[in-house]
Design a protein around this ligand. Sequence first.
Ligand code: PGA
Length: 247
Amino acid sequence: MGLRIVRVADAAAVARTAADLVVGSVARRPASFVAATGTTPMATYAELARRARRGAFDASSLHAFQLDEYVGVARSDRRSLTGWFDRSVVDPLGIDDDRAVRFDGLASDLDGACRRYDDAVARNPFDLAILGLGPNGHLGFNEPPSTADAPTRVVTLTPQSVRSNAAYWGSEADVPRRAVTAGMAQLLSARRVMLLVVGPHKREILRAVVDGPVTDDVPASHLQLHADAIVVADADALGPDPADRRR
Ligand code: PGA
């Protein structure tokens, strides 16, 4: 129990370390993983794609699950997270299309789509969840407050998430207010959870996740109770190394 912290120097080292962990975590076949979009994991996926191209990593038989999607956004929209998932994970890693599990932001029955997602997770339990950390402590779009048993569902974005995604949409007014997200229950059911955190702007929330109380108000703090949760973070996100301070 408890979060394992892997401290590395910079974003490039996060990507290399995370790629090693991915390869090790999905070595058993058939394996299944859920992959976040967002800025943080992109270098990790690029590193995995390089390894796949030179034959050092075979992802073709893996089940890959999308983490979240905006409601009302078509897959063909350049801001769709489904499109981003395809461009950064499914295509470059060479994952079979029929093993990719996606959300349809335009689905007329979103609740039904969420139940089907959870059924797919139950059939292919996650060996690994590759996650980033939201500035409000969210995992996927499990916005605060989120209980540890929250299922895959439709959510309303908090103002903080709207603000942090405005850059992708042009302005805050353009950011969709609703999303579908893999549930906390599904993410926490992963055999291993890897949380990637880069940059000084994540320092404060990362400290709350790691050292604060386990609380629904910081959804990622529930990882403290996970059997195999690993934070891979750079020095900017973690702040000064306590070992250095002791010297
Ligand atoms: P980021 O997003 O990787 O773009 O910082 C993380 C998140 O908001 O979940």
